[in-house]
Design a binder for this molecule. Structure first.
Ligand SMILES: NC(=O)c1ccc[n+]([C@@H]2O[C@H](COP(=O)([O-])OP(=O)(O)OC[C@H]3O[C@@H](n4cnc5c(N)ncnc54)[C@H](O)[C@@H]3O)[C@@H](O)[C@H]2O)c1
Length: 374
């Protein structure tokens, strides 16, 4: 079986999720190729050596420029904050490597566009890690929509809510600094639900939006008495147009009691779908084509063998978790390398999302509708 040598830049939250996926994928998806966890990169040698030992990587680098030009690397996997995505991905593509990049693809659409140009010019495979497309219940929702079980889609509605910065003493980490993160809840959480709108109902074409920074100053990490400005949004709400479908989005890091709550509802002329990431094995389906006296919300446990990805795991009813969405993403990526086929979501999908995020910020500033410039 073909060995695919991976080089990963970054090793914290997503570094752990991606490492786990690379380690697991060939055991559950035999035939897609054998990833080798060849080298992991971080800026501090002792820390990256510790990460390599914990996560199962064969070697370390402390400069990503070295990693992306190594002859023994086939795929560069980027799990750093947004300010370094474009530079690393473009250098990797120029060095002829296939590239996987965490979301949002760039910190704005112009960075994402340069990344698309680089991978197109180099002719390398590319994927942006919108992993929620590969939660089986979401892939199943896509199948139901493609089978026309919802009919004409009137409404798409999504919220992505967390509460980890409710305490004003929570430090101003990189995610709260625009120069590093690009934006706040918008790019972090909004990117996912915009991508799901694109996956399930179509491209958002225009938006009207508002954003808020409700806690404008926070202590610097490790310096509780020194306050620094928060330069990103804490929360955002926006309405979008997807052809004749309306789309409503809300994101917040101040939604007390909501830990990682991504909720979707889609309403069509023949039926509706509902999903909540905190119960990710379930998809609710309302089938309006049933006799009226039988109509109601059905809660489908998406763990049956004729549902997406499930045959690779356990017998019916044995539930899956968050980490499986990353394994599925890596399996599809490796399969695309084996079959020499494109894989989605690719960098163009990443750009489509960044363009919506830019339009949200423009509308929030101007107070007017903003067109999404693709
Ligand atoms: N797909 C998802 O569900 C999901 C979830 C969380 C985060 N993310 C995305 O993943 C990316 C990383 O987020 P995270 O939560 O893992 O962050 P993190 O802070 O946990 O980890 C960032 C890592 O990048 C490393 N790093 C930063 N700059 C670097 C550089 N110049 N060279 C080498 N290493 C560098 C840090 O040392 C650290 O290991 C972000 O783009 C974020 O939006 C995606």
């Amino acid at each position: 079986m073909a060995e695919i040598r991976i080089g990963m830049v970054g090793y914290a939250f997503m570094g752990k999720a991606h490492s786990n996926a690379w380690r697991q994928v060939s055991h559950f998806f035999p035939g897609v190729g054998q990833p080798r966890l060849q080298s992991i990169c971080g800026r501090t040698r002792a820390a990256v050596e510790r990460a390599a030992a914990e996560l199962g990587w064969a070697s370390v680098e402390t400069d990503w420029r070295k990693l992306v030009t190594r002859d023994d690397i086939d795929v560069v996997d980027i799990v750093t904050p947004g300010d370094s995505h474009a530079e690393i991905a473009i250098a990797a593509a120029r060095a002829g490597k296939h590239v996987i990049c965490e979301k949002p693809l760039g910190n704005n659409a112009s960075e994402a566009r340069a990344m698309v140009e680089a991978v197109d010019k180099a002719g390398v495979r590319n994927m942006v890690l919108f992993n929620y497309r590969r939660v089986p219940a979401i892939s199943f929702a896509k199948q139901l929509i493609e089978e026309d079980r919802l009919g004409r889609i009137f409404h798409f509605r999504a919220q992505y809510l967390q509460d980890w910065i409710v305490d004003p003493k929570f430090p101003r980490l990189w995610r709260l600094d625009k120069t590093v993160a690009g934006s706040g809840a918008l790019g972090d959480l909004g990117a996912h639900i915009v991508d799901l709108a694109h996956f399930l109902v179509g491209q958002v074409e225009a938006v009207t939006a508002q954003t808020q920074t409700m806690i404008p100053e926070r202590p610097l990490p490790g310096k509780p008495e020194q306050l620094a400005p928060v330069t990103v949004d804490d929360s955002a709400q926006f309405l979008g147009k997807v052809g004749a479908t309306t789309a409503a989005f809300e994101v917040s890091r101040l939604a007390t009691g909501r830990k990682n709550c991504l909720m979707l509802e889609i309403n069509g002329s023949k039926g509706s779908l509902r999903f909540n990431l905190e119960r990710l094995n379930e998809l609710e389906f309302y089938d309006r084509t049933q006799p009226e006296r039988l109509q109601g919300w059905n809660n489908i446990l998406v763990t049956q063998k004729d549902q997406p990805y499930i045959t690779h795991w356990w017998p019916d009813g044995h539930i899956l978790g968050y980490e499986h969405s990353f394994v599925h993403a890596m399996a599809d990526f490796l399969a695309s390398l084996q079959g020499n086929q494109p894989v989605r979501p690719d960098f163009k999908d990443g750009l489509a999302c960044n363009a919506v995020l830019d339009a949200v910020e423009a509308s929030a500033q101007s107070g007017a509708w903003a067109k999404v410039a693709l």
